[in-house]
Design a protein around this ligand. Structure first.
Ligand code: G1P
Length: 297
């Protein structure tokens, strides 16, 4: 029998409009924008699989059918590649949809992140599960998520990823009040959460990043809350209730996260991944070095 605290399921809310990347996102969902040759959503799915997750529910919206196509088989393309003997390419294409059970549900109306997550209730059932926001991509081979899952298995409490930010940037995020950290441990006990506070009202400089591991109790709190900041059902507001009832840990990390919903970070992610790319890395790094020398001279 499997342990009741195994985390096998992840929910990826991908129903946002992507207005920060217009006009590119007018007809292409932001989750399909490629970082080199993989769409962002595929990078997030691969991270989940690396952390031991094998069942993924993607919350989409009307106009995002292409996300479903990306994780489906492409018979004609596969047949054409196979006819040319390109079996490695065929295997790579099939693996996109076969690395986990991937399911979709649509959020008909944009009512906020909390509302999107609440749509996963029936699918998730009574098990703990991860929530992964696809604007945040992690280049860490699943290390952060694995650590968060281990923490839930250890303590039984939900866990949220936290990262230090300057106070001037905190108003873009959920923000955590917490007890003092213990030296050498990434975990802090969270005592309160507030969505997008003004710098002067922020309880700390630790911001909520888009990785969460929840007990299913989060759904009861999501069902209770009213619209919050921006008139939306906020996940952070339900988390604030959950932590007061059952406790919650923060998992503080610093490396490997890119907010690809922002142009600057999208470029950083692309450049850094290109520099580490097994085929492109050496030439691309040389190109950047030469370019920088030329521009700075
Ligand atoms: C969402 C959450 C926020 C969190 C952020 C992380 O905000 O509501 O608490 O800090 O993701 O990226 P959004 O970026 O969707 O406005």
């Amino acid at each position: 029998m499997s342990s009741p605290l195994q985390v096998r399921k992840a929910v990826i809310p991908a129903a946002g409009l992507g207005t920060r990347f217009l006009p590119a996102t007018k007809s292409v969902p932001k989750e399909m924008l490629p970082v080199i040759d993989r769409p962002a959503i595929q990078i997030v799915v691969e991270e989940a699989v690396a952390a031991g997750i094998d069942d993924i529910l993607i919350i989409t919206s009307p106009y995002k059918k292409v996300l479903e196509d990306h994780f489906d088989r492409a018979f004609e393309l596969e047949a054409r590649l196979a006819a040319k003997g390109k079996t490695a390419e065929v295997d790579a294409l099939r693996a996109i949809g076969e690395q986990a059970q991937i399911h979709f549900v649509r959020q008909g109306e944009p009512m906020g992140l909390g509302h999107a997550v609440s749509m996963a209730r029936r699918h998730v059932g009574d098990d703990p599960f991860a929530v992964m926001l696809p604007d945040d991509i992690m280049v860490d081979g699943g290390v952060l998520l694995r650590g968060m899952i281990a923490s839930l298995q250890d303590t039984g409490a939900s866990v949220v990823a936290l990262k230090e930010f300057p106070f001037s940037e905190i108003s873009a995020y959920g923000c955590a009040a917490h007890e003092p950290a213990t030296a050498g441990s990434p975990l802090v006990k969270i005592t309160g959460l507030v969505e997008k506070p003004k710098a002067e009202q922020a309880p700390s400089n630790l911001a909520v990043m888009g990785r969460y591991v929840f007990t299913p109790a989060i759904f009861e709190h999501l069902a209770q809350i009213r619209p919050g900041v921006g008139g939306e059902i906020q996940l952070t507001d339900a988390m604030d209730r959950l932590l007061r009832a059952d406790g919650m840990s923060g998992f503080v990390f610093s490396e490997g996260r890119y907010d690809i919903g922002q142009k600057q970070d999208f470029l950083r992610a692309t450049v850094e991944l290109a520099m580490e790319h097994p085929e492109l890395g050496a030439d691309f790094t040389q190109f950047l070095t030469d370019l920088a020398k030329q521009r700075l001279s």
